[in-house]
Design a protein around this ligand. Structure first.
Ligand SMILES: [Zn+2]
Length: 108
């Protein structure tokens, strides 16, 4: 799957005929090939937010433990960007990824 640079729409190739099709995105994506009519669906992972990965790295350097709830930076971010219940998990995962990456770097 990729993003069409002109329209900003997500695109995928039909697995039957190879034609480009639009993907509808929620937690899952749905496609219907405009050429042969083949329908497909699958799950989609939102890309990691790099500024949150960086935040995790910085928090590690500043001595914050590997506990997302102890990071004031992360809590602030979630408080203003993930207000809806159940939307904070991708942010937390990105933060942990950054924290772990920095931790591994130190161990080498
Ligand atoms: Zn097709």
């Amino acid at each position: 799957m990729w993003t069409d640079v002109n329209t900003g729409k997500l695109k995928t190739n039909c697995t039957v005929c190879g034609a480009e099709t639009d993907a509808k995105v929620g937690n899952k994506y749905y496609t219907k090939c405009s050429s042969c009519g083949r329908r497909e669906r699958g799950s989609i992972r939102p890309p990691l937010n790099n500024s949150l990965v960086e935040m995790g790295r910085n928090d590690f350097r500043n001595g914050v433990k590997r506990v997302p709830a102890l990071s004031k930076n992360l809590l602030n971010y979630i408080g203003s960007n993930n207000k809806e219940i159940g939307t904070a998990l991708p942010s937390i995962k990105a933060w942990i990824k950054g924290w772990d990456a920095e931790n591994l770097k130190r161990k080498k």
